[in-house]
Design a protein around this ligand. Structure first.
Ligand code: CU
Length: 161
């Protein structure tokens, strides 16, 4: 392989690899499915800062929802209450933050039409420096998440008949 070909190959490899590196990962992300009468829900999952710089998330947008806010739970006179995180959500390099029921979460307001479990919606997280991060997040009921393994076994059982 001559120099020019290996250079071109090198550039090609860089072009292919660079966009796939996500500075901010959002793993096991899901939107909690809600009954039709409830216009609000929450998004859970684990955010991980894979970059070498701190990421301060200040805004979020989800398609077909009026508003998304970063929330946390605080104790107030012995009662757990949700509060918006005024400074947004800060992630230091290599830091992981798990959004979970009863803890930090992305609060979703103004769901216009009930989302069926399995629906995938685009979520955009926007950082203070203007950088935005996009994810496709699936709507899932808590029951579905818990029964994932069970239903897989059921499927195998049905297949044997
Ligand atoms: Cu909330």
């Amino acid at each position: 392989m001559n120099y020019s070909v290996s250079m071109r190959l090198c550039v090609f490899v860089l072009l292919v690899l660079v966009p796939s590196v996500q500075a901010l990962e959002f793993n096991q992300a899901y939107i909690r499915a809600m009954p039709p009468s409830v216009p609000n829900t929450a998004i859970f999952g684990t955010l991980e800062n894979k970059s070498k710089k701190p990421i301060q998330l200040i805004r979020a947008e989800l398609r077909d929802a009026a508003k998304v806010e970063f929330h946390t739970h605080v104790m107030n006179n012995g009662v757990m209450q949700m509060r918006p995180m005024e400074q947004g959500l800060m992630l230091q390099p290599n830091e992981k933050v798990t959004l979970k029921p009863g803890g930090k979460h992305l609060m979703v307001f103004g769901v216009k039409q009930q989302w069926q479990p399995g629906t995938v919606l685009p979520l955009v997280l926007i950082a203070a420096d203007g950088q935005s991060y996009e994810y496709n997040v699936k709507v899932a009921s808590q029951q579905q998440k818990l029964q994932k393994h069970e239903s897989h076994q059921q499927h195998k059982h049905q297949g044997a008949h």
